[in-house]
Design a protein around this ligand. Structure first.
Ligand SMILES: Nc1ncnc2c1ncn2[C@@H]1O[C@H](COP(=O)(O)OP(=O)(O)OP(=O)(O)O)[C@@H](O)[C@H]1O
Ligand SMILES: [Mg+2]
Length: 487
């Protein structure tokens, strides 16, 4: 028989839950204090699910959670909490609780469903689901314990409507993780829209977020929907949140408090249900202390705090990541010798997973044969030394790294912008957008080819190799651009 343990000092809550679940055929035990909890004989019975109130007069729900986890590791625990203690409930999830529910219970069906789900689900099915979603968003799962705990927490809170703040150095995967959260939530079929708070000017960002009416300012030739409106049922990803100006911070705070906003130049109130995930590569708490970031906004955003460790702190994942990156080239049989892996583990990876991914791409490009074993000596790896003491040749390598990072993030930004233009503008002429895209293709193609040809002294084969395109593609692009001087 399924056994349920309920720990709550409010007798009515205990009685209510007891009646509810007894009628479903469960065996229910209710205790009203930490003292009564300590008196339970755990050796004689196994509980399948426990519901623990966070605030008890003589005990802390979190410490009961930890004790119960020790005594009966198989017991699934749900924390019961009032709104004011949601942050602690998230801490409980980090400590191993399976879920939390808010009191008062206003949706009994949901409550029953949560318990039923817990009873049927088991660890394997959760892990399988995590793997599946990670695969969908391109998040490579490793072995590092901290990272795996973090992903478990992200998975558990994904279904909750709480804001999430992701902190981590550049290239650690903040955006990938936020897509994972979106994909694991009930909002996965709705929009996931990202905006970079540091990349655009304050006034453009304001109109991006909230939209504007036609004629609201010079240049506002059309009515435009804001991202809070477009992502109302989905997820809004606020990247580089630390860069938001004080005035944007105030406006964000207002939406988070009221869930309402107005388009620029409009007085009608619009409601939004968007779920916010914010990311930062700065320590936002420090920014608050330095008065660069509003404390009230910080607390609103930071309901769930996920800190992604840098790659140098999860070196055990490096071989696995490399394998995954190599799988992008199914026609190449490249392996890394033990000494090469060791060298890669000893490198600092300031650009984290992005740098590692770019690095592997470069190795593939530089390798002549489609079958090769890479040794430590073959690695174009700079030493972990200060840049000022790095010889010119290696500095050039580092700069390329930075440029590549820049290029990748600019292209991503640009793609996002194009896609949001489509969502935001009514009556858009697709031809116009496509012609802009074509222009960029022409400009970028021309610039890249010219540089590659310059560097290879006009050697087309070598240039194509560097650009990672086929000779056919190179010839095609060159024909398009008759003004490229090949000599
Ligand atoms: N766990 C991961 N699995 C697979 N790829 C990852 C993972 N983490 C990061 N990456 C890859 O590394 C690159 C950087 O990831 P992402 O853009 O999410 O980082 P970020 O933390 O947002 O960086 P930045 O602060 O520079 O914006 C991407 O190409 C992404 O696919
Ligand atoms: Mg990012």
């Amino acid at each position: 028989m399924t056994k349920l343990l309920i720990i709550d000092d409010e007798k009515e809550v205990g009685n209510f839950l007891s009646r509810l679940f007894t009628s479903k055929g469960y065996h229910v035990k209710v205790v009203n204090s930490g003292k009564d909890f300590s008196a339970i004989d755990f050796s004689g019975q196994i509980f399948h699910v426990a519901m623990i109130d966070l605030k008890l007069p003589d005990a802390n729900g979190l410490s009961l959670l930890q004790q119960l986890k020790q005594l009966q590791p198989g017991c699934k625990i749900i924390i019961m909490t009032g709104y004011s203690t949601i942050k602690t409930a998230v801490d409980a999830i980090k400590l191993g609780a399976s879920d939390y529910i808010e009191k008062p219970f206003d949706d009994i069906d949901l409550l029953e469903k949560q318990i039923d789900n817990l009873l049927v689900s088991n660890i394997t099915s959760t892990d399988e689901h995590i793997k599946e979603i990670a695969g969908e968003v391109g998040l490579i799962l490793g072995k590092n314990e901290t990272m795996n705990q973090l992903i478990q927490t992200a998975y558990k809170v994904a279904s909750k409507n709480v804001n999430v703040l992701i902190e981590g150095e550049t290239g650690t995967g903040k955006e990938v993780l936020s897509r994972f959260i979106h994909q694991a939530s009930q909002r996965s079929h709705e929009a996931f829209i990202g905006v970079n708070c540091g990349a655009i000017s304050e006034s453009i960002l304001e109109s991006e977020l909230f939209g504007h009416e036609k004629g609201a300012f010079t240049g506002a030739t059309q009515k435009r929907k804001g991202l809070f409106e477009i992502a109302s049922k989905g997820t809004l990803f606020l990247d580089e949140i630390a860069e938001a100006s004080p005035s944007i911070q105030v406006k964000l705070l207002r939406v988070l408090e009221t869930r309402e906003f107005m388009r620029v130049g409009s007085e009608s109130i619009i409601r939004t249900h968007a779920r916010l995930v914010a990311a930062t590569n700065e320590n936002l708490q420090e920014a608050v202390q330095q008065r660069k970031f509003r404390e009230d906004l910080f607390y609103r955003l930071n309901v769930v705090h996920l800190k992604i460790p840098p790659l140098r702190d999860r070196k055990e994942d490096i071989p696995l990541l490399i394998d995954s990156f190599l799988q992008r080239y199914p026609n190449m049989e490249i392996t890394f010798s033990e000494s090469a892996i060791e060298a890669l583990k000893n490198y600092d990876w300031a650009g984290n997973i992005r740098e590692l991914s770019n690095f592997i791409t470069r190795i593939i490009t530089l390798t002549d044969s489609s079958r090769a074993v890479i040794n430590a000596d073959d690695l174009p790896l700079p030493k972990n030394i200060s840049e000022s003491s790095i010889p010119v040749k290696i500095t050039k390598h580092l700069n390329t790294e930075r440029q590549e990072r820049n290029l990748e993030s600019n292209l991503q930004k640009w793609t996002n912008e194009i896609l949001t233009v489509f969502e935001q503008t009514e009556g858009i002429g697709l031809e116009e957008v496509l012609s802009l895209v074509k222009q960029l293709e022409l400009q970028a193609g021309k610039a890249f080819i010219l540089r590659a040809l310059e560097e290879t002294y006009g050697n087309r084969k070598e240039a194509a190799k560097r650009l990672q395109i086929t000779m056919r593609k190179l010839r095609y692009l060159l024909n398009e651009k008759g003004d490229v001087d090949l000599k």
